[in-house]
Design a protein around this ligand. Structure first.
Ligand SMILES: CC(C)(COP(=O)(O)OP(=O)(O)OC[C@H]1O[C@@H](n2cnc3c(N)ncnc32)[C@H](O)[C@@H]1OP(=O)(O)O)[C@@H](O)C(=O)NCCC(=O)NCCS
Length: 225
């Protein structure tokens, strides 16, 4: 486990956010509450392990904020429930689990996502998750900084957008409903902006940060109140 300062997510988010990251899974059920264990009982072992480890990360970060230790159960469309007065976001990919949490009186929402720094598994996916202007941007970024999988990074940024958007709106958001601009400001990271295209979106833009480190692409959005 690595808390503030130790992993890629901690480089992206500071106070009022607490983060916790893990690069290996906890052995066994990892301190799940009975209702969490029941929820995940029929899943394959790798899913049970990521579910338990990421919740351990979330509870560790929540404890630093003084939050009560409670079950973190998936709710509406998979969005996790948080202790009253707190909010957060969780992500997992091969070799990495991470959570970010904050007090609900400090932020409006949080969204984090991690992906392997590898090309998208199928070239057809890019057309499904991107807009024409985004694809032009990706081509330019790939020519300039070819060591980063920019298409996968765009995907991760959009997953962070959705995880920020959903707890506020309770609504689906399609990949074509946010236009993301990626702005590297150093070889291994930078910022991004998502323009929300639905006319009734409660916010016009979301601003986030990204890092490419340890074979991972990690994106994060902290939406101010
Ligand atoms: C739900 C989704 C965002 C998860 O992302 P992912 O990259 O597949 O998986 P990750 O490991 O990064 O994240 C999984 C975690 O996201 C969280 N999550 C799931 N649904 C969520 C939702 N509706 N809102 C917020 N967080 C959610 C959960 O904590 C979950 O982990 P858990 O099941 O162990 O609790 C993704 O599967 C999805 O449905 N995307 C389609 C919508 C979208 O991204 N639109 C783009 C808009 S621009």
């Amino acid at each position: 486990m690595t808390g503030a300062g130790g992993g890629p997510l901690a480089r992206l988010l500071g106070a009022p956010v607490e983060t916790e990251e893990a690069f290996t899974d906890l052995p066994g059920p990892g301190g799940l509450f009975p209702e969490e264990a029941a929820h995940i009982a029929r899943a394959v072992p790798v899913r049970r392990a990521e579910f338990a480890t990421v919740r351990h990360c979330a509870r560790t970060a929540l404890a630093r904020l003084g939050a009560p230790r409670v079950p973190l159960l998936p709710g509406d469309r998979g969005a996790p429930g948080w202790p009253p007065g707190f909010l957060g976001s969780m992500t997992h990919c091969t070799g990495y689990r991470a959570a970010a949490v904050a007090r609900a009186d400090a932020l409006a929402s949080l969204g984090i996502d991690a992906e392997p720094d590898e090309p998208l598994p199928d070239p057809g996916i890019l057309r499904m998750i991107s807009l024409p202007g985004e694809r032009a941007q990706l081509a330019a970024l790939t020519a300039e900084l070819p060591h980063v999988s920019w298409e996968r990074l765009l995907f991760s940024a959009k997953e962070s957008v959705y995880k920020t958007w959903f707890p506020v709106t309770g609504r689906w958001l399609g990949f074509e409903e946010a236009e993301v601009t990626l702005r590297p400001d150093r070889p291994d990271g930078g910022t991004f902006t998502a323009r929300l295209l639905p006319a009734d979106s409660p916010f016009r833009t979301l601003s986030g940060r990204f890092v490419a480190e340890k074979g991972l692409l990690v994106t994060a959005i902290a939406l101010p109140l």
